[in-house]
Design a binder for this molecule. Structure first.
Ligand SMILES: NC(=O)c1ccc[n+]([C@@H]2O[C@H](COP(=O)([O-])OP(=O)(O)OC[C@H]3O[C@@H](n4cnc5c(N)ncnc54)[C@H](OP(=O)(O)O)[C@@H]3O)[C@@H](O)[C@H]2O)c1
Length: 123
């Protein structure tokens, strides 16, 4: 294995005064797991196969990691967490010759941003 790209992600809108019912709790679990826990677990599970000179890991974060979006506090927090994990991971595996990169897309016109934002670029 040469390359792991942690790209899958979801963004849900939340307001902390909303009722924390079953559906919202499930959404929170999915958002935190998919955006943060899964990239960490995939990296951990696959690092033995990637850890050699030229191996690479790309984590897709977001500008919301630095500038949180009011309507997406959980998404923003997961992306900030992934940014931090990426930086520490880079320090750990760079001596083995593994490249660890963070992709920070601008606002892109995908399913995730349907009905959100203006001035989107095409994928
Ligand atoms: N669009 C933007 O403006 C923007 C900006 C900054 C960062 N990002 C980041 O870019 C990445 C890609 O987002 P996108 O804009 O391309 O969104 P998208 O069109 O909604 O695509 C989301 C991707 O995540 C996968 N996915 C969703 N739920 C999953 C699950 N439970 N298990 C496995 N895979 C799942 C989807 O797979 P299926 O197609 O199989 O459902 C799809 O490939 C995300 O990490 C997002 O946070 C996007």
């Amino acid at each position: 294995m040469d390359l792991l790209v942690n790209n899958a992600g979801v963004q849900y809108s939340h307001c902390v005064t909303d009722l924390l019912d079953e559906d919202r709790s499930a959404a929170l679990r999915t958002e935190i797991a998919l955006n943060l826990e899964v990239p960490i677990r995939l990296t951990w599970s696959l690092i033995d196969r990637i850890a050699r000179p030229g191996g690479a890991i790309v984590n897709v974060t977001s500008l919301t990691a630095l500038h949180p979006k009011t309507s997406a506090p959980v998404y923003s927090a997961t992306k900030a967490g992934l940014k931090s994990f990426t930086r520490a991971l880079r320090l750990q595996v760079e001596p083995m010759g593994v490249y660890v990169m963070e992709a920070v897309p601008p606002l892109v016109d995908t399913a995730m941003t349907t009905g959100r934002g203006k001035g989107k670029i095409s994928p």
